[in-house]
Design a protein around this ligand. Structure first.
Ligand code: HEM
Length: 116
């Protein structure tokens, strides 16, 4: 199941914040969202609020088959969060490595490779 954080969108939602809060409290807004017949603009807007997927939770259309209830949605530990772009090797170590290489090159050219 896909999870969206619409807290910053509540005030801007043309359908009002109440429907969003109600859908969130329900745990699964898939059906409500589809019933409204949202435009393709609305559907692509929604992707901007996507924060991750919830594993082990069936889509609402399957919920009659005894799938776990929306309460599980609040278990943030189950969320597969998107990695922030600036972390780990590419975010911190790589720029540091490039800087170190640049310094080494400058040092070599300035002090070691001087032709008198
Ligand atoms: C991230 C999720 C959502 C986004 C980005 C979104 C966006 C929009 C947008 C752009 C509209 C204007 C009409 C259109 O372009 O289709 C709209 C209308 C509406 N939305 Fe949403 N929506 C979201 C979730 C929901 C949910 C979960 C519900 C219901 C529980 C809902 C209920 C409505 C209703 C009732 C309208 C009609 C308002 C009217 O005609 O006056 N929306 N929404």
């Amino acid at each position: 199941m896909r999870v969206y954080d619409v807290t910053t969108f509540l005030e801007d939602h043309p359908g009002g914040e109440d429907v969003l809060l109600h859908a969130a409290a329900n745990g699964d807004a898939t059906e409500s969202f589809e019933e409204v017949g949202h435009s393709s603009t609305a559907t692509s807007m929604m992707e901007g609020y996507f924060i991750g997927t919830l594993e082990g939770h069936a889509a609402s259309s399957d919920s009659s088959s005894g799938a776990p209830s929306g309460g599980a949605l609040r278990n943030k530990a189950l969320l597969e969060k998107k990695q922030p772009p600036s972390s780990g090797f590419s975010g911190f170590l790589l720029p540091l490595l490039v800087l170190a290489l640049a310094f080494a090159a400058w040092y070599y050219l300035t002090y070691i490779n001087v032709k008198a």
